[in-house]
Design a protein around this ligand. Structure first.
Ligand SMILES: Nc1ncnc2c1ncn2[C@@H]1O[C@H](COP(=O)(O)OP(=O)(O)OP(=O)(O)O)[C@@H](O)[C@H]1O
Ligand SMILES: [Mg+2]
Length: 550
């Protein structure tokens, strides 16, 4: 989990901004090159200007060159880092969009099992990937060039001291590798417990009304504290590991500096080294150590990012509901044939629907009835392709459902589901949701045709009335009217009402049922209802029973 090979998976996102990416890298390499002569010039000033007491002019010249190098480096560094800020945002946005694109197409059998909060935290984890492209991180990564240039200069100045430094460097890596493996494990655990905690928080927000009504605060707080404790534990473990990681590096660094001072001192006393060269050497050596320790901490940044990339990829590489569905329904839906259909939600659970056979043809108006929990909504979810039959098959115009791209079927079905979801936006936005070629005028004329004007006029701003998230502020009956308009605004081959009039008052229900009975609004109509009065116009009835009653 979280191997470095995951970094390669980002290449497709970098491709889209590759010019900026490579321009930024080039700028940073130039910065490294510009820094390279700085310590050498400082050593030169000490040995050739200050100690022999040469002229002021000589000193001013070198100082001017040093200032120039630093200013140039500053300008190029700002420029290239700004480019990376753009790259960083572009990559994160690309990943987020791909995630959302995928999540919407994932099968309900997966989405239904995962807590929404868990999935949300996976999306927000995409932000971690961005840290890989932060100027600070890229700087660390490119400090490998500082390392190479500094090493060359050190060998030129004193190969004996360089050998000592080269012996010390692997000790860093040994220290780092050991800690970084442990760190990545604890980071994984922390992310996992963090996701579980957001799941818990999401549940509280989702069920806040029930929590209040049922006085569930105590239970909810207990569950929350439980999950929080797990997260705090893993967070403390991770922080401790970071602490050890940093301190170990510092210790090796300090001991190395003392060792170099010891040998340099001996060489200087033996006239084998000058003070100027020692000063320059120490500056290069610090660069080497800084790079080594940067690379040490690189693991801390890269490992969690690799874990995030791997998790993100897990989502992106999952089969979605349309994978390998090569057939498209272009023609109208004239028949739906359910053959030997069995369905269960859980692999080890009981069948909710057991060997069901039923055929619906053009012109059929079907009542689906049955006690609570007999699988009526589940059957509709199978017909909508939200879930796939465990056994058996549904045929649409004699084509196997399992081979058809679900989008092409859904575009021909209008649904008022049992739990209507209204999106944030106006009532009009909600009615036109998913429509590309319908306008406000179409909605207004549909409302007129259906004689539903008074319901829409009842809203403060008519069709422009804003709906909060989850339709808070809109009554159950009003929600169903909006959903009914949404389901019928475009011509559909199949209309399904899953308890679609259950919250309406008698008069409104009558109006809707009249529309359904008298108007030719679709080829196949399916009505699920516990109330049969007013639905006598149906020509077929499907009665579902509890599977264990059979
Ligand atoms: N997502 C799900 N995961 C697991 N089990 C589920 C899921 N949805 C429904 N069930 C179970 O499947 C059974 C059938 O549910 P379904 O909603 O289809 O019943 P229904 O006939 O529509 O009932 P109602 O008349 O109350 O609307 C129930 O026992 C329910 O608990
Ligand atoms: Mg139902």
């Amino acid at each position: 989990m979280g191997g470095y090979n995951n970094l390669l998976k980002l290449s497709r996102y970098i491709k889209k901004c590759k010019f900026n990416f490579f321009a930024g890298i080039a700028g940073m390499i130039i910065c490294s090159i510009m820094y390279t002569p700085v310590p050498y010039l400082m050593g030169y000033v000490i040995d050739k200007v200050l100690i022999p007491h040469k002229s002021y002019i000589e000193l001013y010249k070198i100082i001017a060159v040093l200032i120039l190098l630093h200013v140039l480096r500053y300008v190029i560094s700002i420029f290239s880092k700004s480019i990376f800020i753009k790259v960083q945002n572009s990559v994160v946005n690309e990943v987020r969009v791909s995630m959302m694109d995928k999540i919407i197409d994932l099968p309900m059998s997966f989405l239904g099992k995962k807590e929404k909060g868990y999935i949300l935290s996976r999306i927000s984890e995409c932000g971690n990937i961005g840290s890989l492209f932060s100027p600070m991180f890229i700087n660390t990564f490119l400090s490998i060039f500082d390392f190479i240039f500094a090493l060359i200069m050190m060998i030129t100045l004193s190969y004996k001291l360089t050998i000592i430094v080269i012996i010390i460097v692997p000790v860093y890596f040994f220290t780092v590798r050991h800690s970084s493996n442990q760190l990545s494990e604890s980071t994984k655990l922390m992310l996992e417990t963090g996701a579980v905690l957001s799941g818990e928080t999401y549940e509280v927000l989702n069920g806040i009304e029930e929590i209040k009504i049922l006085n569930g605060k105590k239970i909810q707080l207990r569950k929350f504290k439980n999950k929080l404790n797990q997260m705090v534990k893993s967070s403390i473990k991770q922080s401790k590991q970071i602490l050890f990681f940093m301190e170990n590096i510092l210790l090796v660094n300090n001991l190395a500096a003392i060792l170099i001072l010891l040998f340099s001192g001996i060489f200087i006393l033996n006239n084998q080294l000058t003070i100027g060269i020692y000063t320059a050497f120490i500056a290069y050596m610090n660069k080497i150590f800084a790079t080594t320790s940067s690379f040490a901490s690189l693991g801390m940044t890269v490992k969690p990012v690799c874990v995030s990339i791997e998790r993100t990829q897990e989502f992106l590489e999952m089969n979605d509901e349309n994978t390998e569905k090569c057939e498209i329904i272009n023609e109208n839906i004239d028949s739906i044939s359910i053959e030997n259909l069995s369905f269960k939600y859980e692999e080890n659970g009981e069948n909710i629907i057991d060997k069901l056979n039923f055929k619906m043809n053009k012109g059929d108006k079907v009542l689906i009835k049955g006690e609570n929990g007999t699988g009526k909504s589940t059957l509709i979810k199978n017909i909508l392709g939200l879930y796939s039959p465990t056994e058996g098959e549904i045929f649409i115009n004699d084509k196997k459902y399992s081979l058809i791209d679900k989008r092409s079927i859904r575009s021909k079905i209008g649904v008022v589901s049992q739990n209507v979801f209204l999106f944030r936006g106006s009532i009009l936005d909600n009615i036109l949701y998913g429509q590309t070629n319908k306008s406000k005028e179409d909605v207004v004329s549909l409302i007129k045709k259906y004689n539903l004007e008074k319901y829409i006029q009842g809203f403060e701003n008519g069709l422009e009335t804003e709906i909060n998230q989850n339709g808070i502020g809109i009554s159950g009956g009003q929600t169903q009217i909006i959903a009914f308009l949404r389901a019928t605004i475009a011509k559909k081959d199949v209309i399904i009402l899953d308890e679609g009039t259950s919250n309406m008052d008698t008069e409104t229900r009558k109006i809707i049922l009249k529309i359904l009975s008298e108007r030719d609004i679709c080829n196949i109509l399916m009505i699920i209802s516990h109330q049969e009065d007013g639905i006598e116009f149906v020509n077929k009835t499907l009665c579902l029973k509890k599977t264990n009653d059979n």
